[in-house]
Design a protein around this ligand. Structure first.
Ligand SMILES: Cc1ncc(COP(=O)(O)O)c(C=O)c1O
Length: 453
């Protein structure tokens, strides 16, 4: 499948280019200066503390001049490549014209809202703009409570991730420092067939994990569930895709019980999974949908979208923020949507996903360390296990593969024993396959060193 890549074309004879073993001296210096003050780094940075200077298309350059291929898209954000000329220009224009004016209307905001609603699924016709995924999720929780009054409770799923504010963390697994889950939040086992919580097999299970939510409602909640919240495909947990029929059955489950369905697509939206929105894979229309990450291709702009049925309730939730949806944010989001359409990136994402999935299947056949490969579009993952029969997670090996590949020039994302792949949607086929070569080489090295091969 062809794609006009003139501005971001990569010469594989020249890239990746590691001139100084990373992290090089300048990375060490800059990161040392910053990390005296800032301590809360992701595992991505802790395991490989380079300092980046610039990004162009699918490459990143560190302060020592090393050039990396980007298989992370800045943690699922810069899906259209770093500094896409159209998006940079749109943001620059807005920055020179009007940066912020609270939540007053601007023409660019009106144009973005019209465009967004024209592409959103079903009757999602209410949109509120924010500046982080977490704030959009919090607004989503508030609208669910307002729209489904007097119901206040939420059910979410094991290993979903929805952000780091107190409401959002209550939707997910808590780490010990977070203390208590807020009252009214309950977790259900996720439909994740590789590691089924009930040790059942699909399709014979007849979606038992979905039916089990009735037990949770009856035994754990007060029977006042406002919404079921989920990532349609999990990101942080490693691209876990629900089995066929699950999302449609979940939609029906919610409708039958007067529960709202809240799909958190902060990570999966804007063509990341090979559809504009992930729920489009199943033609499911949630009542509430959150968008982020790829929406502004690096500019912080996110959205909480709600069904026309509940749109007027948004007035009740004190929904405005200081700079959510400012002119720069709207310019970035509008330009990003236009780029996705003009460059056919929904189709491109699906194409690249198929190409990479075929390669991952070959790798799985060749490498005992690989237990599972999965995902959709450009949201993919490789799960490493010590033993395919026991599925014991190979955590240390995951970190080693990540570090080895990074040192060879691949900027990407670890998550314990799950290697997460998130290529920019504009990546050329041969470049994407080169990234897989680097990953496979690194897996083979770890297997040899740890005696797997
Ligand atoms: C599904 C999902 N929801 C919410 C968030 C939080 O977004 P942010 O980091 O922009 O606050 C994330 C971030 O990774 C996410 O993946």
């Amino acid at each position: 499948m062809s794609h006009d890549v003139t501005w971001s074309h990569v010469d594989l004879n020249a890239v990746p280019c590691i001139k100084v073993p990373p992290p090089g001296p300048k990375s060490v210096e800059w990161h040392g200066r910053a990390s005296q003050y800032m301590k809360g780094y992701s595992s991505q940075v802790r395991l490989f503390p380079v300092a980046f200077e610039s990004g162009h298309g699918v490459t990143l350059t560190d302060v020592d001049g090393n050039v990396y291929l980007d298989f992370s898209s800045g943690i699922y954000v810069t899906s259209l490549g770093h500094c896409h000329p159209k998006i940079s220009e749109a943001v620059a224009q807005a920055a020179k014209t009007l940066m912020n004016c609270h939540d007053f209307t601007t023409p660019i905001k009106a144009r973005l809202l019209e465009k967004l609603v024209s592409i959103l699924p079903g009757d999602l016709g209410g949109v509120q703009l924010y500046d982080s995924g977490t704030t959009a999720v919090e607004a989503g929780l508030r609208i669910c409570r307002a729209a489904n009054h007097p119901n206040l409770e939420f059910i979410s799923f094991h290993k979903d991730f929805h952000g780091k504010t107190l409401g959002a963390v209550s939707l997910a697994r808590l780490d010990p420092t977070q203390g208590l889950r807020a009252p009214g939040f309950f977790l259900a086992p996720r439909a994740f067939c590789y590691r089924c919580a009930f040790d059942k097999c699909y399709p014979e299970c007849d979606l038992y994990c979905l039916k089990y939510i009735d037990t949770i409602i009856k035994e754990e909640t007060a029977g006042r569930v406002a919404a079921i919240v989920l990532e349609p495909i999990q990101g942080w947990a490693g691209s876990t895709v629900p089995p066929d029929g699950y999302m449609q059955a979940l939609r029906q489950f919610c409708t039958d019980r007067g529960i709202l369905l809240f799909a958190d697509e902060v990570l999966t939206c804007m063509a990341r999974t090979g559809k504009m929105f992930c729920v489009d894979h199943w033609n499911v229309v949630p009542d509430v949908l959150t968008l982020g990450k790829g929406l502004g291709n690096g500019f912080p702009v996110t959205a909480m979208c709600v069904s026309d049925k509940y749109k007027d309730q948004v007035e009740k939730i004190s929904a405005s923020t200081s700079y959510g949806g400012n002119p720069m944010a709207c310019a970035a989001a509008l330009a990003s949507i236009e780029v996705i359409e003009e460059e056919n990136l929904v189709e491109r994402s699906a194409h690249l996903g198929n190409l990479l999935m075929a390669r991952m299947e070959q790798m799985k056949a060749a490498h005992p360390l690989i237990g599972d490969v999965r995902g959709k579009g450009c949201l993919l993952a490789i799960e490493l296990v010590k033993d395919r029969a026991t599925k014991e997670p190979a955590e240390k090996e995951g970190a080693l593969v990540y570090q080895k590949a990074f040192a060879k020039g691949l900027a990407w994302i670890p998550a314990g024993n799950v290697l997460r792949l998130s290529p920019p949607l504009i990546m050329e086929d041969d470049v994407a396959l080169k990234c897989m070569d680097i990953i496979e080489e690194s897996i083979a090295e770890v297997e040899r060193e740890a005696g797997y091969a």
